[in-house]
Write a protein that binds this ligand. Sequence first.
Ligand SMILES: [Zn+2]
Length: 233
Amino acid sequence: MTATVDILRDLHRIHTQLTDLRARLERCPKQLDAAQARLVRAESGHEHQKAGIQKLTLASKEQELLLGEREARVDILKGKLRECSSNKEYQTLNDEITAINENVSSISDEILQQYDHLEEEQASLDTLHNDLEDSRTSLVETESYIAQEESSLATEISRIELQLKDAEGDLPHDYRSEYSRMTDARGPEGLAEVIDNCCGTCFQQISLQMESELRVGKMVQCKGCAAILYSSQ
Ligand SMILES: [Zn+2]
């Protein structure tokens, strides 16, 4: 009779172990997905930042061109100033030069601001680039770790499944169909150790009659969760 208790305890332990190993195996592809998603995010962030910098660079090149044109215009006007014949003409040219110079100075300020902005954006790009490299490395490492983990978990699961078959072979015949039904449906929760007169799975108290039935080696199921009970008392 004691032997059945030991077999049930053993089966309970094996089912718990198998459930844990299978859950770990199931998590493997999810870990891989997460590493891949991180890389995709890093790539898109990096691309987006690069495109923004290209746009800013183009805008500042246009401003530089404009600045060059304005400065050339001032040179031409200064030449005309030397050749002009009337005060009125001189005044008109001088006004135009002053206006253009004001414009030149505001374009120069804008260009300087664009340079500062570009520098900040470039620093962000460097950070994103590092993140991209980290994500690539992390994906390669995750792929190799997961391949190893999957293979060792699969080996371990096969080994434990054999142990389960062996232990199930020792189970008394009158337990077998209910045991299969319960463990197929609920895994390790199909079995429960009685702890302090309670079911170890759902904690419902067991009756005196159930206790005495357990003591004489009868198959007893919890009234709360239907787990097949075993007790070392
Ligand atoms: Zn229970």
